[in-house]
Design a protein around this ligand. Structure first.
Ligand code: ADP
Length: 472
């Protein structure tokens, strides 16, 4: 089968979160299953762009409202990612350092999507499946069916994967003028509650819709920022396929970011070496259990609870544990976490940044990873932590519910709680400290979770089965 993935991010070329990891891994595993896979993203100005060589494979142009853009499609020369990797360059619009966060993101991603569809329409290659990811690519299925210039693509089957339904790309209706001339009888396929909503449009127009875990699919029927009724209405074409992790990138034995590699047989010594390095760097105590948080410091991840969780735990449990936080996001949470460094020196530290290497060092060196998320469509951090022998401390929601079993249940290996509240998280930290003080049990839990297979092989073939339902 021929598959084209369209996404805003793809690791290692660009990454802001889990979407990049998925789009960097899933196509590779689909190739290994014998399918031809291509990925296209905007041309972000990242290190990957400058370190690699690209061929120009297509040039084109299009109008968008009163603007006119030339675009260039480039392809990485060697297929080193394990699949053919393409990027769209629109000078001045897409060639920027950050992936998101600009005032003209609406225009940027609209132009990206038009360029992709335009390229596809002019190319002799026709994929069997166009697989789009999240709202940044949610208008592609609509354009392929209802924009007059592209209607010859309408027979190509489309699949939308929702990695995060909290962001929907809402825009006001005047932005509809950006779309290439379209069949206005179909306006209802763009509209949701009076806004032009790319995610809702993707859900309506794609042939199949997936979410990245089963539990998340159930949750969004009740809580999805206004789309609840749509998910209920379209439930016949929706399914949940749990993300995997890329074992080639996330393996403590071969991870090139680590100074001390280890496997399940050497987990105790290996983690200790990595912890030592972390504790020296961040002025923490190697003998105490180390709890970490890695992720976006946003409401969804319940990062706002961290300052109080950390201070309450240190006070109430008399400093029996250490904390290290890596993340960036909400300004007030960032400032609070920075400020606390002075107050809890020797017990707590943080780096307010995005730092890929440090994240690997932390998964390897920590004892516990905290994820109190209010919303977690799948979550990859807990799976990385498990592979590196770090016990996940998670709220029972979305993908966390589907991937972590409490260590006090049969076959369990994590610490689970129900509410995104300071009390529930601190109580779970308390349970973590107690587990840490039983080295034999901790070792059993670590080795059990390190042996769990969360790799992509399984999930990649589930996507292929899904494609087969619509490609005949
Ligand atoms: P998200 O909702 O952010 O996509 P996921 O759990 O699906 O959450 O994926 C998060 C990914 O981003 C993981 O690979 C995690 O290690 C990485 N990550 C998040 N924040 C940071 C950071 N500040 N520095 C390094 N890596 C980070």
């Amino acid at each position: 089968m021929e598959i084209l993935h369209v996404s805003a991010e793809c690791y290692p070329a660009s990454k802001a979160g889990g979407l990049a990891d998925v789009v960097g891994a899933l196509p590779k595993y689909q190739e290994q299953l014998g399918h031809k896979t291509k990925v296209i993203t905007p041309m972000h100005k990242t290190k990957f762009l400058f370190d690699n060589k690209f061929d120009v494979v297509h040039k084109g142009e299009f109008g968008m409202g009163h603007m006119y853009f030339n675009y260039t499609i480039i392809k990485e020369q060697t297929d080193k990612l394990g699949f053919a990797f393409y990027m769209v360059d629109i000078h001045g619009l897409l060639d920027r350092e950050k992936i998101y966060g600009y005032g003209d993101d609406t225009e940027r991603f609209m132009a990206f999507q038009i360029a992709v569809v335009d390229w596809l329409s002019k190319w002799s290659y026709q994929p069997d499946i166009v697989h789009v990811h999240d709202h940044h690519t949610g208008l592609v299925p609509f354009m392929m069916q209802y924009c007059y210039a592209y209607q010859h693509l309408a027979h190509i089957k489309t699949v939308l994967t929702i990695h995060n339904g909290q962001y929907q790309g809402w825009m006001s209706w005047d932005k509809a003028a950006y779309l290439p001339s379209w069949n206005t009888w179909q306006w209802g396929k763009l509209d949701w509650n009076g806004d032009l909503n790319p995610l809702a449009s993707g859900i309506r127009c794609a042939w199949r819709v997936t979410t990245v875990s089963h539990s998340y699919l159930e949750e969004i029927k009740h809580n999805s920022k206004g789309l609840e009724a749509l998910f209920e209405y379209e439930k016949g074409k929706c399914s949940g396929i749990l993300n995997g992790i890329d074992n080639a990138v996330w393996d403590p034995l071969t991870d090139s970011y680590l100074d001390h590699n280890f496997n399940v047989e050497k987990v105790k010594e290996g983690k200790l070496e990595n912890k030592k390095k972390l504790c020296e760097k961040f002025n923490l105590d190697i003998d105490k259990p180390l709890f970490i948080f890695i992720g976006r410091l946003v409401h969804e991840k319940a990062a706002d609870l961290l300052p109080q969780v950390i201070s309450d735990s240190i006070y109430h449990m008399k400093g029996q544990m250490n904390f290290l936080v890596l993340g960036s996001g909400d300004y007030h949470v960032e400032r609070h976490l920075e400020y606390m460094k002075g107050e809890f020196m020797g017990y707590y530290n943080s780096q307010i940044a995005y730092n890929e290497k440090l994240s690997h060092d932390m998964y390897a060196g920590a004892d516990f990873l905290i994820m109190p998320s209010r919303v977690e469509p799948c979550g990859l951090n807990q799976m990385y932590a498990m592979r590196y022998g770090t016990v996940p401390v998670v709220r029972r929601t979305g993908g966390l519910r589907d991937t972590v079993i409490d260590f006090e249940e049969p076959g369990g290996y994590g610490i689970c709680f129900n509410d995104a509240s300071v009390w529930d998280v601190t109580y779970s930290i308390h349970r973590g400290v107690a587990l840490y003080n039983q080295p034999k049990r901790l070792h059993e839990v670590r080795t059990r979770m390190m042996k769990i297979d969360n790799s992509w092989e399984n999930s990649a073939s589930k996507y292929i089965d899904l494609y087969k339902q619509i490609v005949h």
